[in-house]
Design a protein around this ligand. Structure first.
Ligand SMILES: C[S@@+](CC[C@H](N)C(=O)[O-])C[C@H]1O[C@@H](n2cnc3c(N)ncnc32)[C@H](O)[C@@H]1O
Length: 289
């Protein structure tokens, strides 16, 4: 069978299982098996794919057909144009999360001095690393409760040469910080148990600790909003990815934790409210340091 035939047959199988973008997923799995870049893939469509190569590809296909996420099979995901190592120990970075990185870069432009950023629940390190690469004078304190996630983040920091400026800290939310910060950025777990149950099969492969935000989906958000004012410098920014289904609950939590502060909730690329930004007031907060 030629590569073209294998590709077409894989597309059919994936699409019969209801997998979107079957042509792209089949291409990515084939390129991963054959270690080919895109140009090499299209230049090899008339080559034969047989023997061990074919067997290896079929194994990957059967994993994908049981709805294991593509990124866990290939071990990679691109985020903010950076290639990251991804394993089932970490959430697979989502495209909408890139908006958090853009918001922090935007904030940094308004400062001439180097800024310090806390990335709460860093997972693969995607947000922390993208910020550190984009802002060469910034320091990032990246926290996570999961030592396994921090291990993956560590590898990604080394890969992108930001290990000197991204400090990985194991602990609960902001409690492990040793200094006040200019920005708190976070994509916290925000699903309820019922929402996880009714999510796509792929989501159920992701770590519970990265998904579950308590019975109402807002436990971690509530704690973060309660703690953040004490860790943020005056004139700082809190920037959080939220569940669009909980915009009202989010607004109430902001009004409690950040009374009098300006905030806005921005839409993501598909037009749903996703990114919360809160600017702290100039008056000094009571820091726990
Ligand atoms: C939704 S994932 C986000 C991962 C990554 N920042 C991203 O955007 O892809 C949430 C992360 O928060 C971590 N986490 C959950 N509870 C936490 C807590 N109380 N303190 C710190 N990290 C926590 C999880 O281990 C997981 O890595």
């Amino acid at each position: 069978m030629t590569l073209r035939h294998v590709w077409l047959s894989a597309q059919r199988q994936l699409s019969d299982q209801g997998i979107c973008d079957a042509w792209l997923e089949a291409e990515v799995l084939l390129r991963h098996t054959l270690s080919l870049d895109r140009a090499g893939f299209f230049a090899s469509l008339s080559q034969k794919v047989e023997g061990k190569t074919r067997e290896s590809f079929e194994k990957l296909m059967s994993r994908r057909l049981t709805r294991e996420p593509l990124a866990y099979i290939t071990g990679h995901r691109e985020f903010f144009s950076l290639d990251l190592k991804i394993t089932p120990d970490v959430l697979i970075p989502r495209q909408e999360t890139e908006l958090l990185v853009e918001a922090v870069i935007e904030y940094a432009k308004t400062h001439t001095r180097p800024i310090t950023i806390a990335d709460v629940g860093t997972g693969s390190g995607c947000i922390a690393i993208a910020i550190a690469v984009a802002l060469p004078s910034a320091t990032v304190l990246a926290t996570d409760l999961s030592p396994r996630a921090l291990n993956i983040a560590q590898g990604n920091c080394l890969k992108h040469h930001v290990e000197d400026r991204v400090h990985l800290l194991e602990g609960d939310l902001l409690n492990v910080l040793d200094r006040p910060v200019d920005v708190v950025v976070s994509n916290p777990p925000y699903l309820t148990p019922a929402e996880i149950q009714t999510s796509k099969e792929e989501v159920k492969h992701e770590p519970q600790i990265a998904l579950l935000g308590g019975q109402e989906g807002i436990d971690i958000l509530a704690k973060l909003f309660n703690d953040a004012p004490r860790y943020l410098k005056p004139g700082g920014l809190l920037c959080v990815e939220i569940d669009p289904r909980r915009v009202d609950a989010t607004r109430s939590l902001v009004q409690e934790g950040f009374a009098g502060c300006r905030y806005e909730i921005n839409q993501d690329l598909v037009g749903v409210e996703r990114i919360l930004k809160v600017w702290t007031t100039e008056r000094p907060t009571q820091a726990p340091f």
